[in-house]
Structures are given as structure tokens and as C-alpha cells.
Design a binder for this molecule. Structure first.
Ligand code: ADP
Length: 558
């Protein structure tokens, strides 16, 4: 009876001791979770509490890596002096025999009560338990719902009991550690998603700004936005929406606000979606851009507007092209109508003379027929240019290459032009070749005739006062596989600001006399044909000084 009482008291005392030790560890871990969910500090609290409460060899925490199918060491105390021991625990593969890996597969704590009597657990000498000289160990797998997060392990220098305070203590803090590991994993996942999204936004060709509703400040801007608005990226983030143009040193141009989208953003912040707003942006350097912008509110899960996103793209080039295209269409109808009216006029004249029954004066008839032919040819040229333009736009422009004598081609062209250009003297200049020398090139002869006619017509057209036009063919000994053909006039010339654009589609110099008719596609076609031959074309000119157009062509077949 007495003995019984004594053993019950001992049992109660043992229970109290077990419980208080378990509580000491769990309380320390719970307290650390309360202050921070950071894995390192929770792990440190658990490891320190275990070491302070029990006699331990090592206590350590592993984090699961499902991609590598491995567990990585987060913390260990004390840090093993022996590098081999540390290496053994650093990374443990899921399919290894280590307790941390087994605890994952078995989903249960692995408890070795006493290594010396654990005949069923024959371990290889490289096993940590053996290497560290420990007698017992506990490894607790950490699960958060259905996700394996890691494992907490403790090694002891003395035997332990399966229901002892060491096991209780480790089991008591596993849920705290699992939560801390899960929260860090989820945080990293969100962070990675965020970085991925940001990398995508940084690369998109549209400018993008995000404005935070709470602060009315720009929270994000991508590089395209900075480029387009001409303001360094670092100046954007944190800038209030109420920014004035002066703060960015943006000049006010024709009363246009510097940031015309401010209004659209305010509308988006109040919950409205604004699409395809056509605006003009003025940059700090005074240059302007036509911008198409859209903005929309950003809402949280309760539907509250937390910000606004503004997306914008530079449509300056498209707008300019569209404007040129419109002007071009107007000019085309005019250009087609003029020769047509002339042809009809000549036909009327012939009809009138014939209907009067008067005999047809041979001279009159010849002039009328010449006029009809000339205007008909002009009409044909115009239509051909228009067809070529369409072919180029639809990528249906093919060259018929064959060997041709370029010198002969140029001579024939001069002869045919000389008969109509009465105000101009056209001279052929040969450099590096004799008059009878052929300069054979592998070219599309029909297309090149079109090119040289275009250049020669321009030389005539843009020197309304007449003058000499020189057409040169040059072959240099040091570059026998190249031929340079140039056409030099004494006409109106081209300003430095127009010169870089004259080969652009629909481009006509602003200073050109409106009486000189044209569509602004001739030189564009010239450049296309020459480029497709593997050659190049360029011009040198100054106002009032005449112009020289150069065409460089490779002679041999490439
Ligand atoms: P267009 O039909 O207007 O002549 P082009 O494409 O042939 O179109 O030429 C584009 C522009 O280049 C012309 O409008 C003109 O301003 C300028 N240009 C072309 N050739 C000459 C030249 N020989 N002298 C002066 N200006 C020229």
C-alpha cells in the first residue's frame, strides 16, 4: 500500500515534470510565433528551447524542396565542428534512408529510443546518429494540410522513452513550425509571381503606369512609359498624380497639358474604364508624341478601387502615315484627273474640227495626237507606280534578273528623254570606261529603266528654269564589281531637313512649289528597287545648288 502510494506519487511527479518540460518548449515556440512568423526566428526559438530543457547532442530543422525532392537544412545547433557531419545534414534527398526522409514517407515521427538496443534499426556507420555519438533521436515530420513542409530532429546522448517529455515537446511545437514554413513558402510563391509579372510588364511594348488610390501616387512605371514620356524611370515611382508639368520641366505647347492622361486616371480611380483616349504628350525636350491611352480601375476582393492602371502606346508614326495616306489619296485623284482631262480636251478638239466638216490640219492633228500620247504615257506611269506601291506593300515585288549592259541602258534612256526635255541639256559622262565598253550587270532591266527615268524626270521637274543635267556612269579600278550611276541637276535643291526623308513613302519636301506635281512615291520605289538589287541610293543637295542622286549597283551575280 505504502509502496503503491510512493510509486503513484512518483508517477504524478514524473507526469508533472514531463508536462512542465513539454510546456516550456511549446510555450517558447508559441511566443516566438506570436512575435514573428519568420522561419529562422521560430526555428531558433524551438532549437534553443529544446537545448535549454533537455540534454541534447544536436537539434535541427529542415525545409522541404518538392522541386529537387530534397530537404535543406535551415538551422542546426550546435553547428557541428566536423565538416562531414554538417555535410551529411545539409541536403537530404527524399529517397535516402535518413530519418528526415523516412519521416516524410511514413508521415509519422521516427523515434529511436536507444540506439544500443535498437536492433531493428541497423544503421550504416555514415549515419548521423552513429557519427555524432548520440544514443537516441526523434524526427518529427512537419505537415501543413496536405503539404510536407520539413522536419524537426533532435539527437540525445541518453536513451529516451517513446512517451517521454522529449517526444511530447517536439510534437507540441510541430504545428507552429509547419505554419511558419508554409507561410514563408507561400510568401515566396507570391513574391515570385509578383517578380514574374513585373518582368512581363517591364518588357511589354506599351507604356504602363499604376497609380495607388490610397496615396494618389505612381506606384509602378515600366521602361516604355519612361521612354515615351521622356522622363527617367526613377523619377516616376512615388510621384503624386497632381504633378505639374513644371515639376518635370515640361514646356507647355499650344496649351496642351503635359500629362493629358491625368484626367483619365482620375476617372479610373473613381471606377470608370476609359478606352483608346487619343492624346498628345509633350516631353521635357519639347518633342511631342501622339498617344493612345486606356485606363481602368484596379479593385481588391471586396470590389474597392485600390488603384488605377494606365496603358498607353505611341501612335505618332501610324498617325503620320495615315495623314500622309489621306493627303496622298487626295493627290492621286487629282494627278489622275489632270492627264485624263487633257486627253479628253484633245479628243474634244479633234471631234470639233471634224464635226465642222473642216479638213484636219496635219499640224493640228499631230499636236493633238502627241498630246494624247504624252498624257496617256503620264497616266500609264502613274498607274504603274501605284501598282508597284501596292505590290511592295503586299510583298509581291519580284525582280527578273539577267545580264544587261548598264551603260547602254543609261544611253538609251537619255536619248528618249532628250526628245521631250527641250529646256534641258542632258549629257552623258563616262568615268573609268570607254564609250563602247559594256558595263554588264546582273539586273532587272525594266525596273532599272523605271528607276533612271524616275530620277531623270525629277531632275527635269525640279529644275523648272532649265539647265544642264549630267548623267554619269563610273567604274573604278579598285572596285570593278561596282558601278556608280549619278544624275546631277542644277535645280531647286533640297533643304537639309528634307534630305533624310525624301525616300520615305508619300514624302514631298515642304518647300516644293505646289505647281510641281507629284505623289511622293517615286523615290520610295527607286530605293525599293535598288535595295532589292543589293545596291544603295542616296542624294546630295542644298537649296538653290541643284541635287545629285547616286545609285550604286553590284555588277556580278551574288
Ligand atoms: P514626287 O512625286 O513628289 O516627285 P518623289 O518621291 O520622286 O516624289 O520625290 C520626293 C521629293 O523629293 C519630292 O517631292 C521633292 O521634294 C524631292 N526631290 C526629288 N528629286 C528632286 C530633285 N532632283 N531636286 C529637288 N528635289 C527633289
Amino acid at each position: 500500500m505504502k509502496r503503491g502510494k510512493g510509486s503513484r506519487e512518483r508517477a504524478i511527479a514524473h507526469y508533472n515534470e514531463t508536462d512542465s518540460k513539454r510546456l516550456a518548449v511549446v510555450e517558447a515556440v508559441a511566443r516566438s510565433v506570436h512575435t514573428s512568423l519568420d522561419v529562422s526566428s521560430v526555428a531558433r526559438a524551438a532549437i534553443e528551447a529544446m537545448r535549454a530543457t533537455f540534454e541534447t547532442c544536436y537539434v535541427f530543422l529542415h525545409r522541404a524542396d518538392p522541386v529537387l525532392q530534397a530537404l535543406h537544412l535551415v538551422q542546426i545547433a550546435p553547428v557541428p565542428a566536423d565538416a562531414r557531419t554538417l555535410h551529411t545534414v545539409q541536403t537530404v534527398m527524399y529517397d535516402s534512408a535518413f530519418h528526415v526522409a523516412r519521416s516524410y514517407k511514413e508521415r509519422e515521427p521516427i523515434i529511436i529510443e536507444d540506439l544500443q538496443s535498437a536492433s531493428t534499426h541497423r544503421m550504416e556507420p555514415t549515419h548521423l546518429l552513429v557519427m555524432s555519438g548520440a544514443r537516441s533521436s526523434i524526427c518529427v515530420p512537419l505537415w501543413f494540410g496536405e503539404t510536407f513542409e520539413g522536419a524537426l530532429t533532435a539527437l540525445f546522448p541518453v536513451p529516451i522513452a517513446a512517451g517521454g517529455p522529449e517526444v511530447q515537446a517536439l510534437l507540441g511545437c510541430r504545428s507552429y513550425l509547419a505554419v511558419a514554413l508554409a507561410q514563408e513558402r507561400l510568401y515566396q510563391q507570391v513574391e515570385q509571381e509578383h517578380l514574374r509579372l513585373q518582368a512581363v510588364l517591364d518588357q511589354v511594348p506599351e507604356g504602363m503606369l499604376i497609380i495607388e488610390a490610397a496615396t494618389s501616387k505612381i506606384g509602378y512605371a515600366n521602361a516604355t512609359a519612361a521612354d515615351l514620356l521622356g522622363i527617367p524611370l526613377e523619377q516616376f515611382v512615388g510621384t503624386p498624380l497632381s504633378i505639374t508639368p513644371q515639376e518635370f520641366h515640361v514646356p507647355r505647347v499650344h496649351g496642351h497639358p503635359a500629362f493629358p492622361w491625368q484626367f483619365a486616371v482620375v476617372r479610373a480611380l473613381s471606377g470608370e474604364t476609359v478606352t483608346r483616349l487619343d492624346t498628345l504628350v509633350v516631353r521635357p525636350d519639347g518633342s511631342q508624341a501622339s498617344v493612345l491611352s486606356s485606363s481602368a480601375p484596379l479593385r481588391n476582393e471586396y470590389g474597392t478601387v485600390t488603384g488605377a492602371v494606365l496603358v498607353f502606346q505611341d501612335v505618332t508614326a501610324q498617325k503620320r502615315l495615315e495623314q500622309h495616306r489621306q493627303e496622298f489619296l487626295g493627290m492621286v485623284s487629282h494627278e489622275l484627273r489632270t492627264p485624263m482631262m487633257a486627253i479628253l480636251g484633245y479628243a474634244d478638239l479633234l471631234y470639233l474640227i471634224m464635226s465642222k466638216g473642216e479638213g484636219l490640219d496635219a499640224d493640228q492633228a499631230l499636236r493633238a495626237l502627241e498630246g494624247i500620247t504624252r498624257q496617256g504615257e503620264r497616266l500609264t506611269r502613274l498607274l504603274e507606280d501605284l501598282f508597284d506601291l501596292t505590290r511592295i506593300e503586299h510583298n509581291q515585288f519580284a525582280l527578273q534578273l539577267a545580264p544587261h549592259d548598264l551603260r547602254a541602258l543609261v544611253s538609251q534612256m537619255i536619248e528618249s528623254q532628250a526628245t521631250t526635255a527641250h529646256q534641258h541639256q542632258i549629257h552623258l559622262v563616262l568615268e573609268g570606261i570607254a564609250l563602247t565598253d559594256p558595263v554588264v550587270g546582273y539586273v532587272d532591266a525594266e525596273r532599272l529603266v523605271q528607276v533612271f527615268n524616275n530620277l531623270l524626270n525629277n531632275a527635269i521637274k525640279y529644275s523648272p528654269q532649265g539647265g544642264t543635267i549630267k548623267v554619269g556612269v563610273r567604274v573604278q579600278a579598285e572596285q570593278p564589281n561596282q558601278v556608280l550611276i549619278w544624275i546631277k541637276d542644277q535645280g531647286v535643291g533640297i533643304t537639309a531637313s528634307d534630305l533624310p526623308h525624301i525616300f520615305d513613302r508619300y514624302y514631298r519636301a515642304s518647300t516644293v512649289d505646289s505647281a510641281i506635281r507629284g505623289l511622293g512615291i517615286g523615290l520610295y520605289l527607286v530605293r525599293e528597287v535598288i535595295n532589292r538589287h543589293g545596291g544603295r541610293v542616296w542624294a546630295e543637295s542644298a537649296p538653290g545648288q541643284g541635287s545629285t542622286f547616286y545609285v550604286e549597283l553590284p555588277r556580278a551575280r551574288k
